[in-house]
Design a protein around this ligand. Sequence first.
Ligand code: ADP
Ligand code: MG
Length: 566
Amino acid sequence: MKTHNDLRELLNRIDHRGYPAYKDTRGSYQFDKYVLSIDHVQGDPFAAPSKVSVHVPGKTAGFPTELFQLKHKRVALQDYLLRKFGKEADAFTFKAKGSGKSGLMSVSRCGQEILERTACEIQPNGTVIVRMEIGFPANGRTINSRELIKILFEFLPGCVKKSLLYASLDSKSVQKNAELAEDQQFIREELPKLGLAAFVANGSILPRESGVSDRPMKQAVPFQSPKSMEVSLELPNYGSITGMGIKEGITLVVGGGYHGKSTLLKALELGVYNHISGDGREYVITDDTAMKIRAEDGRSIKQVDISMFINNLPNKKDTMHFSTEDASGSTSQAANVVEAMEAGTKVMLIDEDTSATNFMIRDELMQRVVNRNSEPITPFIDRVQELSCQYKISTILVAGSSGSYFHKADCIIQMDHYLPKDITEFAKKEAAAFPIPNEPAPDSQEPSFDRVVKPDHAFQKNDRIKMKTQGKDSVMVNRDTIDLRYVEQLADKEQLVSLGYLVKYAQLHLFNGKKTISDTAAQLCSILDKKGPAGICEGSYVPGGLAMVRKQEIYACLNRYRSLKL
Ligand code: ADP
Ligand code: MG
């Protein structure tokens, strides 16, 4: 292997030359403590920065095996190291000067969630890899390699030494990070054993600082479970913890406007991920197949069997294979429910704020005036028990404005000044005085999930496929924009990057006219499971900037992909 001296010589040689001469630096170089790999060199100082990775061998990094053997601990350690490295790199970014992106040093920015990312990977043998971006310095378009030498020979080694070597980290803090991951995993594994859909620890801080900040709200009212719903767990590290256990079945969250209903639901939505220490939601853990269900006007739907909710449309449109390029509120929400079933969700999370009213309920007067036979929609309220009993799919539903669900719910929580009260008994008693018309819902069939995907001949060669993401809103694959704005459990823009790669991978290798969407999702998940998000990158190097996605989001993405050929 070439050494750092070779790199330094090369850099000295190309100083003052035209920018393309930087291309020669591609390759791996042995440094004192690690291998520096220049994976991709930018074309000019204004283009996307160069991709560089640092590989610290296990022996040098020195992390005890027990910190990275189990997946949940490994992911937590990767996240910890990435944040540390990011802080170090931040101190140096743009300290080397020049035109355009000259001197930039950056790695993925992590939010409150702990996600597996390609930006930091710990391999089974303990090798730590960090994948980052560096703006190779230039003056105008003339190479300034003296500045790059500063970055690669002073700044970067400092960052690596301070953040990627066990010996230089605070071992207590590393240990604490691992213990939190262990406790979170413990709660996750306990949920099904206790028949719970979610757990919210007492003392949790659910609200966020603001609409644009995910940090915990400062003067928030800490969460406190009603006594009747309290569950205590003995965590391996934290010890005994008590909180609200939301049982499987149908849970209704009611309460006056502004009393914290949506805030609770939002915390449950993101409880499918682990949160960092200090977030306030460290011990808010939701069944990790949970899916937020909402109305999504305008989305595309491809041959989804929504007949359990919508039947006998006036235009005789087939609702067992329902397709549209522009769904209404109710059809979109129906498709979201059925697709969630297909994606194997065990918990549906619904907020009336983002639901189509006609999908959720039909009030009594309307039932009397408009006969069931002239109403194509069987509202969710008429299926929610079937979902729970027959399909073992729980529902946690926020509904402050309609009492109809009182009759159906197993548990009713009232949010009162941000504190939950168990009002099940009281509400049930009141509801008994308001009997609902017991017009039985029409029979339904289990939706069929047999959508086979045909190959798309526009995808034959790996190299000509364009991908681009727009924050958390959408990912473009070739000319097709997949709108993911309303897939609310996507927590990080890097997850959309991964989805782009997954779609590309599926187009190139999986869609063959035989595999169904389910087969495809399962296969993609198994790659992610085995190799992490790095496993779906097929180029000559693994880029930083991809984050893990769940099976549920893979389905959500494929289901919104307009040019999917069925
Ligand atoms: P709802 O859905 O019941 O109308 P929200 O959940 O939207 O209410 O909450 C209303 C406001 O109260 C939001 O601005 C939210 O940030 C704030 N809030 C929610 N929970 C708390 C809490 N525990 N402490 C302080 N403020 C809170
Ligand atoms: Mg609300």
